[in-house]
Design a protein around this ligand. Sequence first.
Ligand code: ADE
Ligand code: ZN
Length: 338
Amino acid sequence: MSSASNSFIAQLPKAELHVHLEGTLEPDLLFELAERNGIELPYNTPADVVAAYDFYDLPSFLAIYYKAMQVLCTEQDFYDLAFAYFSKAAAQNVVYVEPFFDPQAHTSRGVEFGTVIDGIHRAQVDAQAQLGVTSNLIMCFLRDMSAESAQLHLQVAEPYLDWIIGVGLDSDEKDNPPAKFAAVFKDARAMGLKLTMHCDVNQQDIVDHMWECLELIDVDRIDHGINALDDPRLLKMIKERGLGLTICPISNRFVVQNLTGEEIRQFLQVGIKATVNSDDPAYFRGYMNENLQALAQDAGFTNAELGTLTRNAFEICWADNKTKNALLAQLDEYLAAA
Ligand code: ADE
Ligand code: ZN
């Protein structure tokens, strides 16, 4: 079987379940927002920004990511960030998205929670109406901040619960296990929110973190999760529970120097619902199509394999059943004709 072509990938209707909105901040918009807000950047041109992307692991990436997002100040800034991402998604035939946002990275700089979520929500409404991109928002807690701060942000988010489908956990995983946030995630569940957590690739204590996700937190899915392959019992339980994994190949190539194509193939072979996502596409220089193309070109993924990965994303997403069935029907129609 031959590798999937770029045109098969480009026209495939896709879902994206692991994208940090702050990670979609392109250098051009970074410059525009810096100028609008009177913020001086340590670069002369957008090309200089890309040239300064010298990350090689999670902490070195996060340092650059948190610094750049300081240009996001007003409701309009958050709107522009999110609408630019949805426009890119639409251009790549991404029809459904569950984007993450990191409120604590903004409130810690004095930007109100309402400013952040109002701008993102307005972009979601416009993206649905103008671009046909449906989305449901996930609020992430920063795991290198305290559990008290996460709890406080869950309370601040309460008036906006109609705009949030679930909560996640991201940022620096070292010495910040899921257990630290067990009480916050229990409360989030009681508020009707879905639960996911990052289990970043090859992190210290990663297998223990994955067990905590399953046994203590009872997550609805796992972000990344490649290291489930290190423990057959873990793998079995993820399969039995039908849990999805939101894997990010190009991000993995940056952060752990491995596209993880073989690992993704192993998940497919044992029937685990692995999916492909872009994570922080402005930084890793790859959106959904580029991630799928990398799997096709560098790891030989076929139409059938990319079709399964895409079907998995529609199946594990948190859209209501009517939306989910319509998305799956759209995918089936495409695959039958391809
Ligand atoms: N925040 C943004 N991108 C992230 C990643 N890849 N891992 C953990 N936290 C993140
Ligand atoms: Zn991520």
